[in-house]
Design a protein around this ligand. Structure first.
Ligand code: SAM
Length: 90
């Protein structure tokens, strides 16, 4: 896979390779994502909008900051939306 293809997958993960790319992003982004959530000081009843939730691995961490947290997310990748739906309980 060349540089352009990797860049394309990072911007919009798709297909089987996109699923693997998302798992890699989870590892790379875990520290910065969780540090960001800490800094936001999310409280009960608050609403969070995440643009680019990827495979959704960190959504449960956001929801665990309090009760009745409202999460809204968007992602440009249909593959990521499909993956996130597998781990999110509505
Ligand atoms: C670097 S990944 C981060 C994913 C996840 N937050 C994580 O830390 O594992 C960026 C995500 O943003 C999405 N994305 C990129 N451009 C976007 C856009 N314009 N609107 C919505 N989502 C976008 C990609 O599809 C990808 O899932």
């Amino acid at each position: 896979m060349d540089f352009e293809e990797v860049a394309k997958q990072l911007a919009n993960p798709s297909g089987k390779y996109g699923i693997d790319v998302a798992l890699g992003m989870n590892s790379m982004n875990e520290f910065i994502s969780k540090t960001t959530y800490e800094l936001l000081k999310i409280k009960d009843n608050e609403s969070v909008l995440e643009i680019g939730f990827g495979n959704g691995k960190f959504i449960k961490d956001i929801l665990n900051y309090g009760s009745r947290i409202s999460f809204t997310g968007i992602d440009i990748s249909n593959t990521m939306i499909t993956e996130a739906k597998k781990i999110i309980v509505y």
